[in-house]
Write a protein that binds this ligand. Sequence first.
Ligand code: NAP
Length: 232
Amino acid sequence: MATVGTEMSMSLDGFIADPSDEVGPLFAWYGNGDVAVPMPDPRWTVRTSEASARHLRDGFTRIGALVAGRRWFDVARGWDGNHPMGVPVFVVTHTAPDGWPRDDAPFTFVTDGIDSAVAQAKAAAGEKLVGVAGANIAQQCLNAGLLDEIVVNLVPVLLGEGIRFFDNLKGTPVELKGPRVIEGTGVTHLHCFSGSLLVEEGVLRSVFVPGASRVFVPCFAFPGHPRVRGGG
Ligand SMILES: NC(=O)c1ccc[n+]([C@@H]2O[C@H](COP(=O)([O-])OP(=O)(O)OC[C@H]3O[C@@H](n4cnc5c(N)ncnc54)[C@H](OP(=O)(O)O)[C@@H]3O)[C@@H](O)[C@H]2O)c1
């Protein structure tokens, strides 16, 4: 059974984009180091610190499918038909955009809600991981109890306004396990889990309580964003 989670880069004051949908300094860590990390889609290479490179490589090997909000799809202009993670993308929307779906792009437009999108993504991911983003979609999944892991790439910048990662939450407080902390350069990777943790040989393995859904969300909040520079 596939696992599920969400990961995004977030400012110290809780925003994942500014009011114009710009990620700006939130994605600077993808290009602020000497370690080259090719994305699964070879059009993209990240250059970051050794610690963040390890974090990214781990995510790249785990990811099996994505669930995306329609606004993220629109802002990213459909990633030119292939998400940098190189996996199937299930876009949650009320209406499929004009010109889509396309035979040359592994995108499915899901119009019957997040439960359906996550179920379809799990089927596509096999034993791998399902990543969920933007903010609105991630919030709905969190409120529906669909997320087993939340990863925050915390960036020391104060945006003051924009799109909040953790808005519109229900059932708070939501208590999580962790965080497991990886210190990068200009970013701190915080891994929080809904279940117990197991670390083997310095590598995090997620272990969840019996009966619980098992989800780990690798890094899919990548430099595929069209406004990110220096990732190619
Ligand atoms: N910092 C990071 O790491 C990071 C990563 C990824 C994205 N982002 C940013 O995230 C922002 C996008 O997130 P967002 O929260 O604004 O929007 P979003 O979650 O990407 O998309 C929300 C949209 O999805 C559709 N939708 C939501 N729930 C639905 C449902 N139950 N059924 C059918 N359709 C539904 C609606 O669009 P329709 O009504 O039009 O169908 C809704 O307006 C962008 O600014 C992007 O740059 C940041």
